[in-house]
Write a protein that binds this ligand. Structure first.
Ligand code: GAL
Length: 417
């Protein structure tokens, strides 16, 4: 029998959609509440609902996810974890070790995850060799976002080195604009700090400091230089930065109040949500001095052991959807990141995403692809917390001594591990 197109579509849909009796609910914890982030997570909700399941949103506001992690711990400890939670990097191992996570190997196998996602990512998603988490994307953290109008008015070019950056910042300040939009929160301080560290230390010593936690590198002369330059950044942010959310800082670049922001490419999600076009309304460039280097931040969802069978079916559908090609495209277009699958058609993506993908692939070969300390990729949450404290206290004390700070950094990390 020859089927017409509508009939064929209908029968295919019937074959892929679960029957209503297997419709379950997923409760998903995340911290994606800014404009671009909310749009991205909405896509996941919609695709899950298309399959007959329902989505219970468990959003805990707060960039970087510190508050979300605190809430998650309380829920899990009380024996009532959500189906899935935005858990990344080293934290996946910590949750796996506590026995909370469920095995997703069957979904991974039928989805062919091992073949379509780089092993540097899948390794992190596995606990004791079993998939317990699903990666969503790859964010590049070492980006500079700039408003070309403001740069033009101040008579400066996009800075390529840190020296250029400070020279440009001086002129931008003199022209009456805020040179750097910044939110004074520990994770944002750490995001700027690690961008400077990547340039000053270079990729190898960056890794020694934040992956190997090598005491000599953490307290060494180059780290003193990192703190010295980081301190200088303080001259170019505004007095209202303490406590400011990152997306509010991005909006200052969008509306021309500030010239630049050093932030991961979730910032692009805000430009996109505001209808802005890269290369025209805004510029994406590597953070000063870090061209040819790539600090990565892979978002992922870890899946919890739950009892209800229909909810387990919904949970598996969610896991499969996250790595679905259609979802990977629409989600990452909104989020500002690049797909985590390496077999995607990238034709819908803009120049910033294409540059990110090219750099991701190139740096994987040169050894310049490094994990983000500020975003939980390079070390445990304990060491990360110790680094955050030293970095933030230093940044907020105008009289702080860079040499002492480097020594404090090593000591704090040593005490945390
Ligand atoms: C990061 C996360 C990104 C983005 C950012 C700001 O830690 O990986 O996806 O959401 O926080 O909230």
């Amino acid at each position: 029998m020859k089927m017409n197109k509508t009939l064929l579509t209908l029968s295919l849909a019937a074959a892929t959609l679960p029957s209503l009796s297997s419709a379950g609910e997923v409760e998903v914890l995340h911290w994606w509440t800014s404009g671009g982030e909310a749009k991205s997570v909405q896509e996941l909700k919609a695709m899950l609902e298309e399959q007959g399941h329902s989505w219970k949103d468990f959003a805990v506001a707060g960039g970087g996810g510190e508050s979300a992690m605190t809430v998650l711990k309380t829920r899990a400890v009380s024996g009532n974890p959500p189906s899935a939670a935005q858990i990344k990097g080293h934290d996946i191992q910590e949750w796996g070790g506590l026995g909370f996570l469920t095995n997703l190997d069957d979904v991974a196998q039928s989805g062919g995850w091992d073949a379509s996602v780089p092993s540097m990512v899948t390794d992190v998603m596995k606990f004791n060799g079993e998939y317990v988490a699903v990666p969503v994307n790859v964010h590049r953290v070492n980006w500079l976002w700039a408003n070309p109008e403001v740069l033009k008015k101040a008579g400066v070019e996009v800075p390529k080195t840190l020296d250029d950056f400070f020279a440009a910042a001086e002129k931008i300040k003199a022209a009456g604009f805020i040179p750097l939009a910044h939110g004074g929160q520990p994770w944002q301080d750490a995001t700027v700090f690690e961008a400077i560290a990547l340039d000053v230390l270079g990729s190898d010593d960056y890794r020694k400091a934040f992956v190997d936690l090598d005491m000599d590198t953490l307290s060494g002369d180059k780290m003193v230089e990192v703190f010295t330059k980081f301190q200088k950044v303080h001259d170019y942010i505004d007095a209202n930065s303490p406590g400011r959310d990152w997306n509010v800082a991005t909006s200052m670049v969008i509306n021309g109040e500030a010239a630049m922001q050093i932030m991961g490419d979730w910032a692009k999600g805000e430009f996109t949500a505001a209808g802005k076009v890269p290369g025209k309304d805004y510029i994406c460039a590597p953070a000063p001095g870090t061209d040819g280097q790539f600090t990565h931040n892979v978002d992922s969802f870890a899946f919890f052991e739950i009892k209800d069978e229909t909810n387990v079916a919904a949970q598996k559908a969610l896991a499969a959807t996250i790595l679905d090609k259609k979802f990977q495209e629409v989600f990452n277009l909104n989020k500002g990141s690049i797909p985590v699958r390496t077999d995607m058609d990238m034709s819908a993506f803009d120049q910033c995403a294409l540059d990110s993908m090219a750099s991701f692939k190139a740096t994987a070969k040169t050894g310049d692809l490094v994990p983000s300390m500020a975003h939980g990729m390079s070390t445990t949450s304990y060491a990360q917390g110790a680094i955050y404290d030293v970095v933030t206290n230093f940044f907020n004390d105008p009289k702080a001594d860079p040499k002492e700070a480097a020594q404090k950094l090593a000591k704090a990390v040593k005490a945390a591990i």
